[in-house]
Structures are given as structure tokens and as C-alpha cells.
Design a protein around this ligand. Structure first.
Ligand SMILES: C[S@@+](CC[C@H](N)C(=O)[O-])C[C@H]1O[C@@H](n2cnc3c(N)ncnc32)[C@H](O)[C@@H]1O
Length: 447
């Protein structure tokens, strides 16, 4: 506790000494008992539109502010990599770095699946997280792009071996993923009359001390960061009562993305989705009749009809684009050529009995990919306290959310019946099986 308080105090003094203004109505608070690390709490009732803090742009840590940009050419690097190099450089400078009190308040360990054991990762089998962790891809970027630069500048990155820098790279990568902000360059007033009025603001990735101390809770967002010319200001967007936590929003994210990027999940989470891989759809639809598979896949890819993943939203509706794609994949080759390729006529996105069968099988095998069923998961969540097996618990929450959505689509797929064919005289005579519409139904009032 003493260490926690002293790190906070040094950080807040550093902010003030460098021109940041922090409202006396807020404080840093320890939420680690809830698995949420530090957060920001209101220590007085706060009105809407109250400035919680303002951070001068000079305190942001980015390639624009780090001296590394003057010492070496970072222009060959893409995406997050220039910021990554600056973080590795500034961290390596230790007490010499302007941002040392900031590094001291940032975590060294993360609960994201990137750092999970094999056993915990098994719990994510079947979820949308597994294929997107990207540890190997990240390590390739380090080896191919960053390590050669680091090794070539030993005076800037002194005295350590590749394994050490790889460890730092993973820490900084996790910090960028969970803490960095896209910071817009506020247009200069003088530029406002330029012909280029329509130009998009330039977006950079920066670390924003203090703004990144706010946690997220789906549906509870009560503060927002405003990007101004000289500073970034965090402002309340609702009245906040003393003692309440102040939340920024990390976006409308499903639990799989919250877990992968930030290492936690939210329950309930209306932004949950489930994914069905395009590859599994292609395999299922072309298993019986593979002729023309490549041509159809090529056509669909060229026309944005085949996704890596089809998204099923929380409402569990059958995605129309999935149905349309399945119809093309299952079409006889000559029909595909004459109507779709030559006639440029796409099939409707209405369900058919053929697509129903394929979707049913696809969803059933998708659901069977999880390592447990909903009963086991419910029992685990009920019996296990949140602080025990946090990784497993988070995995169970992710898969339960996905499973619920997939199950609801599957129920809809199973329930679907083909519409009755129109009768010759235009009147509907019965359902598809030729029975009168009410046969088998219980009468409304039992006499
Ligand atoms: C931008 S930082 C917020 C400050 C952070 N809590 C800290 O101690 O440094 C984002 C990280 O905070 C944690 N976090 C944010 N909201 C959370 C929540 N509702 N539950 C658990 N952890 C949360 C996660 O570890 C996430 O990666």
C-alpha cells in the first residue's frame, strides 16, 4: 500500500511539475481487489462538463516528443513501431528519462491471453480470441524490423541481449495495445481557411499519462477525452457522485476483444458477438459438390461476399450475407456461370432448405468446438469466486457469451420453415407438408 501511494504521489507531482492540471475532486484508487489495477475515483460530487484533468501535449510520449526521433531515423517503421522504439528507448534511459515517474506507475504484468499458460489458453478453444492473439506475428516483427535497428545503435540501446529486448518489446506492445490513444493533431487556427478544409486530422498513436489511468466498464462511461491544440482534456460527460469510479470508454467491444486487448471481460456485455469463419462455410458448402469451388471463392472474394469471419450480433439473427454466400457456394457450376458470372445476378439472401441444412451443421459443429457445455460453464461461474482462476473465468465468460448467440441463431435456423407455395387460385391452402394450417395445433379455447 505504501509503495502504491508513493508511486501515485510521485506521478501526480511529476504531472503538476510538467504543466498538467488535475482536479482536486478526483484521486487515483487501488481496484486490484477487483482485478482492475489502478483507476480514478471521484472524491467529491462532480457535475457534468467538469474538467477532470488536462495534460499538455509536451507530456504525451510519442515519436513527436521523444528525443529518439532526433537521434535515429524511424521513418522506415510502420504502425505502432515508431512509438514502440521510443518506449523501449525512454524506458532504457531509466532515471534519465523525462517519463520515468510515468513508467513507474505502469504495470509490468498483464492478464491478456498473450501471457497465459498453455493450460489456460486451452480454455479459449473455439472462441474468437485464439486466432487473433498474434504472439508469433509480433515476435517476427521484433526480429525482422526492430531488433536489427536496436542492435545497430548500441549507444542508444545499451548493454543487453536480444532476449532482454524481446521481453521489453512484449511489455511495451501490451502497453500500447491497452494504454495508448489515437491522438489527433488539432488543426492550427491559421490553417482553418485553407483550401484543404476537408483534410482529415493526422492521427498518431501516443501514450497519454493520466488519461490511461481510467478503467472501462461497458455502459458506465462517464468521462471523455477532448483533443485540443495545446493539451488533452478529460471531461465528465455525466454527473458523478463522490466515491464512484470514473470510466473512459475503450469502445463498444465484445468480450473476446476486451480480453484479447485489455485482459478483462464485462458481464453483461451487449456488444458480444459470435464469429463464423468464412473458411468453415466454404468447406461445409462445397463438401458435397466441390466443382467450381475456386471460381466461386475468387468471385466472392473479389466482390466482398466472403469474409474471414461472418459476424453474428447479440440479437442472434441469421446474417443475410452468410446466407447469400452459402447460396453461391452451393450453386450448380453452370447456374453460377450463367446467372452470377455472366448475368451478374446475385441470389436472394432468403433462407432455403438447402442452406438451412448446411447452416445447422455448421453451427452445431461450431458449438461443439468449445471445451465445455453451457451447464458446466454456468456451474463453474456460480461456484468459483471471481478472484480464483481469473483467466479461466474470463475464458468461460467469453465462450458463454458466444455460445448463447450461436445457440440462438441455431434455434432460429432449426425453427425456420420454407414458405408455402402460392396456391393456383392465389389462396393459401396449407403448409409445405400439405396439411391444413391448423392441423396439429391445439385449439385456442379448449371446450
Ligand atoms: C488504460 S489502463 C487503465 C489503468 C489500469 N487499471 C492500471 O492499473 O494501470 C487499461 C487496463 O486497465 C485494466 N482494466 C480496465 N478496466 C477494467 C475492468 N473493468 N476490469 C478489470 N480490469 C480493467 C485492464 O488491465 C486494462 O488492460
Amino acid at each position: 500500500m505504501a509503495a502504491f501511494d508513493s508511486v501515485n504521489a510521485t506521478f501526480l507531482q511529476w504531472l503538476a511539475a510538467n504543466g498538467a492540471i488535475v482536479s482536486k475532486d478526483i484521486s487515483l484508487q487501488d481496484y486490484s481487489a477487483e482485478g482492475a489495477g489502478r483507476g480514478v475515483v471521484a472524491v467529491a460530487d462532480i457535475n457534468k462538463d467538469h474538467e477532470l484533468f488536462s495534460i499538455p501535449r509536451s507530456l504525451l510520449l510519442s515519436p513527436e516528443t521523444s528525443a529518439l526521433s532526433q537521434k535515429m531515423d524511424l521513418s522506415s517503421l510502420q504502425g505502432w513501431n515508431p512509438l514502440m522504439m521510443c518506449l523501449i528507448y525512454e524506458y532504457g534511459k531509466g532515471t534519465e528519462s523525462k517519463w520515468r515517474p510515468y513508467f513507474d506507475i505502469l504495470p509490468e504484468e498483464f492478464s491478456t491471453p498473450m501471457f497465459w499458460s498453455e493450460k489456460d489458453l486451452m480454455e479459449l478453444t473455439g472462441t474468437g480470441v485464439v486466432d487473433k492473439i498474434g504472439k508469433n506475428e509480433a515476435e517476427s516483427i521484433f526480429k525482422d524490423n526492430l531488433w536489427p535497428l536496436i542492435r545497430a545503435h548500441p549507444h542508444l540501446f545499451p548493454g543487453q541481449d536480444e532476449a532482454y529486448f524481446l521481453r521489453i518489446f512484449h511489455r511495451m506492445g501490451s502497453l500500447i495495445m491497452a494504454y495508448a490513444f489515437h491522438t489527433e493533431d488539432e488543426a492550427d487556427d491559421e490553417d482553418e481557411d485553407d483550401e484543404d478544409e476537408e483534410a482529415e486530422p493526422k492521427v498518431n498513436v501516443s501514450m497519454v499519462p493520466m488519461a490511461d489511468m481510467l478503467n472501462h466498464k461497458t455502459g458506465h462511461n462517464n468521462a471523455r477525452l477532448f483533443h485540443e491544440k495545446e493539451c488533452l482534456r478529460m471531461v465528465s460527460i455525466k454527473p458523478i457522485k463522490s466515491g464512484q469510479q470514473i470510466y473512459n470508454t475503450y469502445g463498444d467491444l465484445c468480450n473476446a476483444d476486451l480480453l484479447r486487448k485489455y485482459g478483462f471481460v464485462d458481464m453483461p456485455n451487449p456488444f458480444n458477438i459470435a464469429e463464423i469463419s468464412g473458411e468453415s462455410l466454404v468447406e461445409k458448402c462445397t463438401a458435397q459438390e466441390p466443382s467450381g469451388k475456386d471460381e466461386k471463392v475468387e468471385f466472392l472474394l473479389e466482390n466482398d461476399g466472403l469474409e474471414d469471419f461472418f459476424i453474428v450480433e447479440a440479437d442472434g439473427e441469421i446474417p443475410e450475407e452468410l446466407v447469400g454466400c452459402a447460396k453461391i457456394l452451393m450453386m450448380p457450376l453452370d447456374e453460377f456461370k450463367s446467372t452470377v458470372l455472366e448475368g451478374k445476378k446475385l441470389p436472394s439472401t432468403k433462407l432455403t432448405a438447402e442452406v438451412q441444412k448446411v447452416l445447422r451443421e455448421l453451427l452445431e459443429s461450431r458449438l461443439a468446438a468449445y471445451t465445455s457445455d453451457s451447464k458446466e460453464d454456468r456451474a463453474f461461474l456460480k461456484q468459483t469466486p471471481p478472484e480464483a482462476s481469473r483467466n479461466k473465468r474470463n475464458a468461460v465468460i467469453v465462450r458463454s457469451g458466444e455460445r448463447e448467440i450461436l445457440q440462438s441463431v441455431l434455434d432460429k435456423v432449426k425453427k425456420w420453415r420454407p414458405p408455402p407455395p402460392p396456391a393456383a387460385n392465389g389462396k393459401q391452402k396449407g403448409n409445405v407438408k400439405g396439411q391444413p394450417p391448423n392441423k396439429g395445433k391445439k385449439p385456442y379455447h379448449k371446450k
